[in-house]
Design a protein around this ligand. Structure first.
Ligand SMILES: Nc1ncnc2c1ncn2[C@@H]1O[C@H](COP(=O)(O)OP(=O)(O)OP(=O)(O)O)[C@@H](O)[C@H]1O
Length: 514
């Protein structure tokens, strides 16, 4: 696909270099032609050149008409709107199976917005240069698939304008049409099914996370990221609670449960409340559950919702089977409390970040007509005691899960996870194998040694005093050696315990409601 070029040849000379494709040949043709040039030939050449644009316009118009006739009488077609969830799988399939196999010569180069594996590598090597994405330009492409000829057409103008948006990933975002020879759309339906199956196969390794799309009037969703699945055993909290939670969700998603709800005319919905101090894994647990059950995650930060109407229209466009994560639910205004709170404590809303949508607006979307059957709503809060009892009553919250400060068992598990060897990743944390001071060649002995180190480490962690994210921060600073981690932990714990980290240190954001 990439064309070779000659680095050593300066700009003044490269055109004359016969090794550049076609240049030698062209030079010979032009040379011969110029040697027996006469004035009559020159006149006819100028006439031909000036007529060329008109001829080109005529041919284009004629082709446009002919193509329109072909489409009308000989092609069946299906159009997929820009923001439809089907858009991305089909687009990705066409890029992977058609475009990438062709020798495309026209690309848009953009600096990558998100960090990837190579970006991690660059960071590791302390290089600041960012990766570049080459996104192919194409408007219409033809291809054969399963014995049928297809035409894939998209708007290049729309693609170019989307490329201005750094958040645009270069796939999907513009409407496209797939056509095939014949009068039946059946081959196109089969192709779309293939694209969906392909996407499903890839999605089993990722969680698709959607976030509100501000470009939609009212409310809509856009794909925020495809996140590699996080295993549930990497989120540490009470094992019994974890098993209960998993069993509850598994039972809810069982088709038999769905039938049971439907035959008894009960709303088929499930709600959970994850509560606990900041940094105890509430969001991480949601993402891990989405991966475990193969569901997409729709994230909504309650403080960022502008109105009840926005909330409602966003709920209307949530698909039936997914996880909806409502973060910081304590930021919701309880209508009946608003005025009272303002009178008794004018600075009340300065103490907490408050959302503009109301409790009744939220209850309405949780129970009302806009509420999709089959979805799981997970609400998170750091202040469960402030929630209105109407919000957490059974039916809206069916199970409460407390994620608290880390205990010794979890600290031990975290230590083992952090220093587990990772053969796929050259930048992974070292195992004792890499640690000169404890060089062992026997995996059994390594495991025993790591077990001993993990238990020495956890013995120095005070019970239920630090958050898992604090401990994760410690590991991030001490990834090179498990032995160093054990020797440094007591000093670090002492420092953490003595440093005052009260809520008063946190800057309060005014929501402008005072
Ligand atoms: N229980 C846990 N097990 C493993 N890692 C955790 C746990 N809790 C937090 N972490 C780590 O700490 C970081 C922050 O976690 P997360 O955002 O899930 O916490 P949170 O409770 O949702 O915080 P907040 O209330 O501030 O939103 C993540 O990188 C996560 O890996």
């Amino acid at each position: 696909m990439a064309r070779p070029f000659h680095v050593g040849i300066g700009p003044a000379h490269w055109l004359l270099d016969p090794s550049v494709y076609g240049v030698g040949f062209m030079r010979e043709v032009v040379g011969r032609w110029a040697s027996d040039l006469d004035i009559t030939r020159l006149g006819s050449l100028i006439a031909c050149v000036s007529a060329a644009p008109a001829v080109w316009r005529f041919l284009r118009g004629a082709w446009h008409d002919v193509y329109g006739w072909i489409r009308q009488f000989f092609l069946a077609s299906v159009t997929v709107p820009a923001k439809d969830p089907l858009n991305t799988p089909v687009h990705v399939w066409v890029l992977d199976n058609v475009i990438k196999t062709r020798s495309i010569r026209s690309f848009t180069a953009r600096t990558k917005a998100r960090a990837g594996a190579a970006a991690d590598k660059a960071a590791h090597l302390k290089k600041s240069r960012r990766e570049v994405d080459y996104v192919p330009h194409f408007e219409t492409t033809w291809f054969w698939h399963s014995g049928s000829l297809f035409v894939f057409t998209r708007s290049l103008a729309r693609f170019k304008s989307l490329m201005m948006d750094p958040g645009y990933d270069g796939i999907s975002g513009e409407e496209f049409t797939i056509s095939c020879l014949g009068w039946s759309t059946e081959p196109i339906r089969r192709l779309i099914q293939t694209c969906q199956e392909d996407a499903d196969n890839q999605a089993q390794y990722f969680v698709l996370i959607y976030t509100p799309d501000s470009s939609y009037y009212g409310g809509g969703w856009k794909l925020k990221m495809r996140k590699p699945i996080r295993r549930l055993d990497t989120v540490h909290f009470d094992d019994g609670v974890k098993q209960d939670l998993l069993a509850d969700i598994r039972k809810y998603l069982d088709p038999k449960t769905k039938r049971w709800y439907q035959t008894r005319n009960m709303p088929y919905r499930r709600g959970y409340l994850f509560h606990g101090p900041p940094g105890t894994g509430k969001s991480s647990l949601c993402a891990a559950l989405a991966g475990e059950f193969g569901l997409d995650l729709y994230e909504l930060k309650i403080p960022s919702i502008k109105t009840d109407e926005n909330l409602e229209s966003m709920f209307m466009t949530i698909p039936p089977q997914c996880i909806v994560l409502l973060e910081d639910i304590d930021a919701i205004w309880a209508d009946r409390d608003v005025n009272a709170e303002k009178v008794t404590n004018p600075t009340a809303n300065k103490r907490h970040i408050r959302s503009s949508c109301t409790l009744s607006g939220l209850l309405n979307v949780l129970d009302g007509v806009g509420s999709q059957e089959g979805r799981i709503v997970i609400m998170t809060t750091n202040k469960p005691e402030q929630l209105d009892s109407a919000l957490v009553r059974p039916g809206r919250v069916d199970m409460k899960v407390h994620l608290g400060y880390i205990n010794r068992t979890s600290a031990e598990q975290m230590f083992l996870r952090m220093f587990a060897p990772d053969l796929d990743n050259p930048f992974a944390a070292p195992s004792p194998d890499n640690d000169e001071s404890v060089l062992e060649k026997d995996p059994q002995r390594d495991a025993e040694l790591m077990g001993r180190l993990a238990s020495q480490f956890s013995m120095q962690i005070p019970e239920e005093a630090l958050t898992p994210s604090q401990l994760q921060g410690f590991f991030q600073l001490n990834l090179d050696s498990p032995i160093d981690a054990v020797s440094k932990i007591s000093g670090w714990v002492e420092k953490q315990m003595s440093s005052s980290s009260s809520d008063d240190d946190v800057e309060i954001v005014d929501d402008g409601k005072s």
